[in-house]
Structure formats: C-alpha cells, structure tokens
Design a binder for this molecule. Structure first.
Ligand code: FAD
Length: 366
C-alpha cells in the first residue's frame, strides 16, 4: 500500500504527552504501540482530602518526541511536513499551495472541531516539565492530587515522574468554560513544586490542552455534518473517552479495525468511512452512561464540590476503576456507581438524567 501522511507542522505529534492505563488496551495492542512508549510505571497514586490510595494498574506515556522519531523513521519518505491542507474530499486533498493530490482513500485527522450537536464541559490544563535540583522521591505518577485549593470547577494536580529528577506537573481543571489562563496555571504548577519542597533547576518545556468532556449529544446529526467529505478520525470524529477527553486508546482500537477491514492494498474511502462510522456509533451508544455521569458531575453539584464525586469513585475496587477508564463497564459496575449516598444533591441529579432535555436547553442558549 502506498501511504502519504500530510502534516502542516514541521514535525509529527505536536507537543503532548499521551498517557494511558495498560488495561485500556489488549496485550496485543500494548505490544504494537510499545515503540511509541517513552515511560512506564507499575502503578499510580491518587490523593484527595479524605482518601489517599496507591493502585497497581500499569501506566504508560507516549511523548511527542518519541512518536515523531518512531513514525518519521517508519514512514520515512511517505511523510510530508509543512503541508497545510486547505480542503479534503473522499478522494482528493487540496493543499494551501493549491496543489491537488488524488487518492483512493483519504482520512482526515486534523484534530478537534466545534459542533452544535455536542454539549461539552472541559478538562483543561497547563503542564510544566521541570528538572529538579534534587530527586523528587516519586516512584509512580500521581494522576490526581486533589488536596489542592479548588478553583474553576474541580482542580487537581497531575504528576508524571519522568526520571529521578524530572517531573511533569499539570495544573488541571474540570470546568464549564474552555478559557485557559496559562500564566495563572503556570504560577500554580510552580508553586505546587515549591510546596513539595522541590527546587526547580530548569523548566524544560510546557504543554497545554483543553479537552472535550461530552455531557450530551446527537451522534447521527454530528455524523451528517461530514458526509460529503473524507472520513474523520480522532477528536475530529468525537472518538475519545467521554469523561477524560483522552483519545489514545480509541485511536489504537480504531487503527486495528481499519487495518483489519482494508487488508493489503485494498483501501478505499468508502470502506474506511463505514468502519469509522460503525465504531463511532457503537461506542456512542455504549457510552451513554458516561454522558449521564458527566451531567451529574458538571451540572448536579456545586463546582467546588466536584472533587467529592472523584473521591468517592476512587474508593471502589481497582477492577471497576480499570473498566471505567477502558470504557468497558459491566451493568453491575454501573449500578454500584450510582447506588448508595449520592455525592450530589438528589433533586438536581434527577434533573440531569435526560440527555434530550440538556440538548434542548443548550439549543435555547445558542
Ligand atoms: C497537551 C495534551 C495532552 C493530552 N494528553 C492526553 C493523554 O495523556 N492521553 C490521551 O489519551 N489523550 C490526551 N490528550 C487528548 C488527545 O489524545 C490529543 O488531543 C490527541 O492528540 C488528539 O488526536 P487527533 O489526532 O484527533 O488530533 P491532533 O493531535 O490535534 O492532531 C492533528 C494534527 O493535524 C495537523 N493539522 C491540523 N490542521 C491541519 C491542516 N489544515 N493541514 C495539515 N495538518 C493539519 C496538526 O498539526 C496535528 O499534528 C491530550 C491532548 C493535549 C492537547
């Protein structure tokens, strides 16, 4: 198969760290993404005002640097950098230079798009990777330290110990709005480091993100927006975990399905569109429960009390937590999550149950 990858930037993979739990993927999937993985840990920790816990689920991180080096080497001359795409169709791409490229199969992976058919909250963050003067003493990531002061919804700090002295500190928020005051967040990340008693020798890099959290949506209308164009994948196709906005596991699962469907040399836009739409429809239906939980998280309680929902969640057994992040919960998991004393006011929670109602309310606001 002849493949061509067009990227507007001067390197592949942007400026990100993509993390995932090893239980998000099958062992075979973990093996084929392994060349992209730059960091691995045997577990992780969470910290809340009333709960501190270490879990034994393996955690892995892919870095942009590693992704760029691995894919550029693998695809070599098939990669064209600095190629800004102005228009795509099912069998053609037009570059901003005016050059037209024709292909039997075009896949559009240009990242997140706005859609009037999705009602969103946001997970947003600014991460500062720093080298410390002394070892930080962490042996596993802390994926939520919610013992920090709460601002702008649910705030927590996410920490990846990249080596003995290097750490990525992300000041993170589950917020209603998508604005990202980067200077303020950077100050908070730096002061978190000094509160731990860490002396910063060097700020190595920064990364920031505003990830979508889906509260409600009309999937069929969302798909219809794009019927005349090339098949979309990634965030452009709303293929991400509804509660974290993380898209890496979905990208791996979908890549597997596309590879199986097209076989050697038989790629066509029609085949890929059929695979993407059926995967998208399947996960949209399976994940209606996550959208319900998101509505509870974002709309049922006071923003400053959102942390208590996550604190309660981390009290469950490791298997339930793994299945939640892998988006493959059992009916019993779903029941257990909502049984018992709810961490949000019951009457407001009942008002958030209907997805259609939230969509209608959002239409009125628009
Ligand atoms: C800082 C950050 C950290 C994240 N961390 C995680 C994580 O830990 N785990 C996880 O699963 N998810 C994470 N995510 C969420 C999600 O996985 C990423 O946003 C992911 O990169 C989305 O993939 P994508 O392919 O849809 O879009 P993108 O990664 O945005 O890729 C789009 C690509 O298309 C290129 N492009 C755009 N327009 C054009 C054009 N007109 N012509 C040519 N090229 C174009 C861009 O330059 C870019 O390289 C993170 C996101 C961010 C921003």
């Amino acid at each position: 198969m002849r493949l061509r990858l067009l990227e507007a930037s001067d390197r592949l993979g942007g400026n990100h760290t993509w993390s995932f739990f090893e239980t998000d993927l099958t062992p075979a999937q973990c093996r084929w993404v392994d060349p992209l993985v730059a960091h691995r840990w045997a577990g992780y920790e969470v910290r809340f005002p009333a709960l501190r816990r270490r879990l034994g689920t393996g955690y892995r991180s892919v870095t942009s640097e590693r992704l760029n080096a691995t894919i550029a080497k693998e695809l070599d001359a098939s990669v064209t950098l600095g190629a800004a795409v102005a228009d795509v169709g099912p069998e053609r791409v037009v570059l901003s230079s005016g050059t037209e490229i024709r292909a039997a199969c075009v896949i559009d992976a240009r990242g997140i798009r706005q859609s009037p058919h999705l009602v969103l909250g946001f997970q947003k963050f600014l991460g500062v990777e720093m080298r410390l003067a002394e070892p930080h003493g962490l042996d596993v990531p802390i994926i939520m330290d919610a013992t920090v002061a709460q601002h702008d919804g649910y705030r927590f700090v996410y920490l990846l110990p990249l080596d003995e002295r290097r750490v990525l500190i992300e000041d993170t928020y589950y917020s209603d709005g998508s604005d990202l005051p980067t200077d303020r967040l950077k100050t908070r990340a730096l002061s978190y480091a000094s509160l731990q008693g860490w002396q910063i020798a060097e700020v190595v890099r920064e990364e920031s993100g505003v990830l979508p959290i889906v509260l409600a949506g009309r999937y069929e209308k969302f798909v219809e927006e794009n019927l005349q164009s090339a098949a979309r994948i990634g965030l452009a196709a709303a293929l991400f975990h509804p509660t974290t906005g993380y898209s890496f596991p979905d990208a791996v699962r979908l890549a597997d399905r596309i590879a199986r469907a097209i076989g050697p040399g038989a790629a066509s836009s029609d085949i890929v569109r059929a695979v993407v739409t059926s995967y998208g429809r399947e996960v949209w239906q399976q994940r209606s429960y996550f959208r319900l939980l998101n509505r509870m998280l974002f709309r049922a309680g006071l923003p400053q009390h959102r942390f208590s929902v996550l604190q309660r969640f981390y009290g469950f057994d490791q298997g339930l937590i793994e299945r939640f992040y892998a988006a493959r919960q059992t009916p019993l998991d779903k029941l257990r999550l909502i049984l018992g004393k709810p961490p949000v006011p019951i009457l407001t929670a009942l008002g958030c149950v209907s997805e259609t109602r939230m969509l209608k309310q959002a239409e009125v606001v628009q």
